[in-house]
Structure formats: C-alpha cells, structure tokens
Design a protein around this ligand. Sequence first.
Ligand code: GTP
Ligand code: K
Ligand code: MG
Length: 408
Amino acid sequence: MGILEKIKEIEFEMGRTQKNKATEYHLGQLKAKLAKLRTQLQEGTSKTGPAGEGFEVQKYGDGRVALIGFPSVGKSTLLTELTGTASEAAGYEFTTLTCIPGVIHYNDAKIQLLDLPGIIEGAAEGKGRGRQVIAVCKSADLLLMVLDAGKPHYHREILTRELESVGIRLNRKPPNITYKKKKTGGITVNSMLKLTHMDDKMVQRILQEYKIHNCDLLFKEDSTVDDLIDVIEGNRRYMKCLYVFNKIDVCSIEEVDEIARLPNTIPISCYHKMNLDGLLARIWDMMGLVRVYTKKVGHKPDFGDPVVLSEDRGGTTIKHFCEMIHKSLLQELQYALVWGTSSKHMPQRCGTSHKLEDEDVVQIVKKKVQTGDDGKGRFAQAAKEYVRTVDRVKKAALKTTLWWCACL
Ligand SMILES: Nc1nc2c(ncn2[C@@H]2O[C@H](COP(=O)(O)OP(=O)(O)OP(=O)(O)O)[C@@H](O)[C@H]2O)c(=O)[nH]1
Ligand SMILES: [K+]
Ligand SMILES: [Mg+2]
C-alpha cells in the first residue's frame, strides 16, 4: 500500500471513531501515525519529486512575501497593483502557471512579492502544482492568503488545513515543551502545571508510537496531543499569515464590516484600488522590519539607504547590523553610537548585543590599531616638544634683546 492510501485509511478510521474516554488513546495514536506518514510523504517528494521547475526564484530585497490562494481570487491582479510587475490575470482558473516575482518599494525598504499558481484542495498530496507552491511558501517571511470575499469563508479553513498537513502553522507560537532525546536513561515526563488535554498514559502511547524509549519531556503549558506530536516531529514551520479578502466590491457594507473585524484580516478590492495602502501598512507591521541608518563621523546620517534587519532573518542587534554591512566589521568594532528609540541617551554607547529599533541611527567606532597609533603618538609628542623648545628659545632671545635695550 502506498503512503497516500495509508493516509486515506487512517483519516477514514479517525472519521468514523467516536470521540469519548474509551477511544481517546486510540485517536491519539492515530494522530501520531498520520503525522509520521505525512512527514514521510514530504521527505519522499522533496528527494525524488520534481524540484519545482521554474519555481525557484532568487531571493531579493529585505524580505519575502508569498501570495497563496485558490485559483482566480486575484493574486496576479494584486501583484501587478502592488509592484507594477505585470503578471497575467484573467477570468479563467490557473492563469498563472509559475512563480512570478515583483518588488514592493515601501518605507525605503524593498520587499519581494511572489505571485504563485492557484492551489486546490489536496495540494499537499500532490494535486495540481501544490507541492511546488508550498515549497515556495515555506521560503517566505510572510504569507498573504488571498481569498475571494464573494465566496464562502470556509475556503480559508480548507487552505489552512492544507498548509497544516505539510507542517506549516499559521500565526501560532511553537508549543512550550522542552523535549530532549537521549541514548539511555528511560523516559522522564515532568510538567509545570496540570495537563487537562492529556494524561501520562497518552504521552506514553505517543512516545511508543514513535518508538522513543529514552527522552526528557517538560510541559510548560497545558499542551495538547497535537502540540506533543509537533515537538517530536520537529519539522514544523511557524509562519505569519495575513488573510486578504479581495473583491469586496461584490460585497455589501455589512459583509465588509464583518471581514474587517476578523483577526489578521484585511478587506481590499484590486479593481477599485480600495484599501491597498492599508494592505501595505499591514504587511509592513507584520514583517517587523527594522531600518537602521548609518552615520559617518562628522557627517549627517545617510537617510536614503537603510540597513534593514528583522527578527525572522537572524536578528536586530548591533552584531547583526555589522554582519549585514561587512563580514570583518564585527572584529573591527570597538563600540557603536546609537541615536533613536532604542537608546537611553543621545547617543548611547552600545555593544554588540544591543537591540536596535526601527529608524535608529548608528555610527560605528572602530578599534584603534595599536602599532600605527604608537608611532603617531610619539610623533605628536615630539612635535609638541619642538614647539615648546622653539617658544623657549624665542622667549629667551626676546628677554636678551629687552635686557640689552634697557642697558643702552
Ligand atoms: N470584482 C473583482 N474582480 C477582480 C478583482 N481583482 C481581480 N479580479 C478578477 O478576478 C479574476 C482573476 O484574477 P487573477 O488575478 O487572474 O487571479 P489569480 O488568483 O491570479 O488566478 P490564477 O492565476 O488563475 O490562480 C480576473 O478576471 C480579475 O479581473 C477585484 O478586486 N474585484
Ligand atoms: K485567473
Ligand atoms: Mg494568477
């Protein structure tokens, strides 16, 4: 039996099993089985399947945003509106067949926007170009899930489930569980609070299913079976996602109002260029980019071309700032002077671990080169000595002249 058939079989069994105290452990075990098979499916295809011909696009700019959605929701129309790069849009499904990159210029930063083919239910299992699309999505810093405001809202749940099944978790934090695999020593399970969603027996069952006999587990929150499975699998991707409801021109005011109140959601209309500025602002906020302007000694800051940092792409400290400018800069750094919201004084002298904030200004002060400076220092000393000697000689000469004058 192939992996896909095994998955179908387990899903079928889960569907027909009633949820109650007696079946609880069996269902937990089935969940673990399913997760294992899905990981197998993905690992198998990433090695043997087509490596997304024409889908890999070079990363560009300060961050990457991918457009994901069902066919004909307006992804290509949106790319064209936001970036000016033409991506063919039409009234029939699957107009876009490959990945089309564009660039959003916003707040002095460059954000790469990727248009992708529409995906359909079952994409994760290989329907359409689903796998290639999902692979590109995983490389993004932010997902824009484009939805048709005129179509049923459960489309969003279908897509979310599709992404969940390939290990993508939207707008969620990783479970707060410490999990350490060991070679010997058996299983130790501890928790910092009472678990209400599972008991010891369930934890043992899941570990058994994964054939784990030695490990330390510490639950720091009221975790679920799914959380535990995610931590054991260890391959989950936690991504930020903004839900973009396009085509609000076909909706009533009441419907738009309802959409606008949903979390991480924004209503727009590409046709009428409605709320596109609002969309850009939301993209900006969710990406959490930190623009840092450089300043040379004795010069005004360079406000045209910031160094753009982000927590998702490494970090936002002085160390990351230096690394972005030049590989060797970190070794040469003595300290940095920082002006802006992150600094206590203007400027504040900061070390490598100082966290920068958006629109800070930084001046790098390099270490003095020891040998060269010694030479310079000695030269300066000698020069001062010479001036003093000349002064003394001059003063002495003046005194002698005055003395002679007085004698005359
Ligand atoms: N009413 C309305 N129609 C829109 C809007 N934006 C796009 N459309 C139309 O929706 C249709 C699909 O647009 P596309 O941009 O091709 O959609 P897509 O998501 O890229 O489609 P695929 O590439 O096939 O997956 C086109 O006929 C667009 O003109 C909008 O804001 N309102
Ligand atoms: K289309
Ligand atoms: Mg398209």
